[in-house]
Design a protein around this ligand. Structure first.
Ligand code: NAD
Length: 289
């Protein structure tokens, strides 16, 4: 079987063009979408991620605020900052870059973000809305995966989808989204015995385990659609997914590469959530303080 590589960069580029148009319409109507990104301390990977997010906002016509609290800032200072942004009508999305330094409670911090500006979709209220089938903000990576599938013309209805990983940011929400689209979903985790016997049943396989080369061609059924969420830094400095890319060629029908698959979609969905938030604010009159 000829395996097709899904080009996440190209799909994200296409979606970002549409987001730019929507942002321009909002701006012309007096409401430029705005995203605030807050980070605390100097986690090296975080500064790269934040830089990329801020640059992507600029390209999409979204104004952004890069708020950097020092290593010595405490949780109270961060919560004050979040509350000020909750009340700021020019900001439609608030993102707290994780991980937070030791001593901070990520739960308390994420719950302090207004659920109406929670563009990461991590607030328990937004997680609950997704679980009951009325999503407002959906976490960016699972949302990006659904857009990839849609773009590829893959309808999950009636198909067996297997999700490897059960985190709150990827595994659980993607399982719920696939379920809502009518897939039969199996969720695996690190305690799942005989993973291969389950992945071999997958017509759609989403892997978000953080384990390089966890999935090989021998673990797939022929014709599976494989979405590799993993981002792992190998000893030689190269990036690798959770799927052994070369070994699935010839067995999978389609596969996302790492890099260039799910990653670019995640950033595009952050822009999508910010613009959608500004559109909702405009529609509900929440545009002035
Ligand atoms: P996590 O560590 O929170 O969760 C990993 C999950 O995988 C856990 O539920 C664990 O039980 C499961 N798991 C681990 N080993 C397993 C095994 N051998 N068999 C079955 N299940 C196993 O990680 P996360 O935050 O969900 O991220 C997962 C991966 O996706 C990481 O590599 C992360 O860097 C990457 N990621 C990528 C993007 C993106 O934009 N592409 C976004 C978020 C996360």
């Amino acid at each position: 079987m000829q395996t097709r590589t899904i080009d996440g960069n190209a799909i994200a580029r296409e979606l970002r063009a549409g987001i730019l148009t929507r942002a321009a319409t909002l701006t012309a109507g007096g409401v430029q979408p705005g995203l605030a990104v807050i980070r605390v301390g100097s986690h090296p990977a975080s500064s790269v991620y934040v830089r990329n997010k801020i640059a992507a906002c600029g390209e999409a016509g979204i104004h952004s605020r890069d708020i950097h609290l020092s290593e010595t800032a405490d949780e109270a200072a961060l919560l004050d900052q979040i509350r000020a942004l909750n009340d700021d009508a020019s900001i439609h999305g608030i993102l707290v870059q994780l991980p937070l330094p030791r001593g901070f409670s990520p739960e308390r911090v994420l719950e302090a973000v207004s659920p109406l500006k929670d563009v990461d979709g991590f607030h328990p209220m937004n997680a609950g809305l997704l679980a009951v089938g009325h999503p407002r903000f959906v976490p960016c990576t699972p949302l990006g995966i659904m857009k990839l599938l849609e773009h590829e013309g893959v309808n999950p209805e009636g198909r067996h989808a297997v999700v490897v990983g059960r985190s709150n940011i990827v595994g659980k929400p993607i399982a719920l989204l696939l379920l809502q689209k009518g897939a039969t979903v199996t969720i695996c985790n690190s305690r799942t015995p005989d993973l291969r016997s389950i992945t071999r049943q997958a017509e759609i396989l989403v892997v978000a385990a953080g384990k390089p080369k966890l999935i090989t061609g021998a673990m797939l059924s022929p014709g599976a659609i494989v979405i590799d969420v993993g981002i792992n830094r190998l000893a030689d400095g190269k990036l690798a997914g959770d799927v052994d890319f070369s070994s699935v060629l010839g067995t999978a029908a389609r596969v996302t590469p790492v890099p260039g698959g799910v990653g670019p979609m995640t950033i595009a969905m952050l822009l999508e959530n910010t613009v959608a938030s500004a559109e909702r604010a405009l529609a509900s009159g929440r545009t002035r303080t």
